[in-house]
Design a protein around this ligand. Sequence first.
Ligand SMILES: [Zn+2]
Length: 154
Amino acid sequence: MSKVENLTKIRDRIIIKSFPELMDYDIQVEYNDLKDALLEYGELSEEGFYIEVDTSLENAPEKVIEGGMAHELSHILTDKKESKNLTFRDKLAYKLSEKYRTLDERNTDLLVIIRGFGNQLLTFLKYAEEKGFPHYKEDGLSIREIEALLSKAI
Ligand SMILES: [Zn+2]
C-alpha cells in the first residue's frame, strides 16, 4: 500500500467511526513538506477540503497520524457547521486574535475527545513534544489537560 493510500485509509476509518457527518464531503489527504506544522487543513471549494500531513510523519506510528488527523477533521466539521455564519470577519479574527485562535483550537480538541479520539490526540501531542515541536497555548489543549479529561472520562 502506498503512503497516500494509507493516509486515505486512516481518514476513512476516523470519519466512519467518529465523524459520519463528513462522509459525503470530498476531503483530500496527502503528504507535503509543511514549514511550521505537522498537519494543516484548508478549503478547496464548496464541498471540498484538503488535509496535508508533513512528510516527517511518513514513518510515524499510525496512532500519531490518527490523532493529528482527527484534530483536522474536527476543524473541518466545525467549519462546515458554521459555514453559514463564518464570515470573513471570523477568518480575520482567527488570524489576528490570539484569544480567538486559542478558543477555536481548544474547542477543536474537546470535540476530538468527545468523538472518541482523545487517546490518539494525546499520542500525537506526546510524539510532537518528543520531536521538539513547541506547543503554545493557542495550539489547543495541553497534554496535561487532555490526560485529566481522559482520566475523568473513564
Ligand atoms: Zn488546529
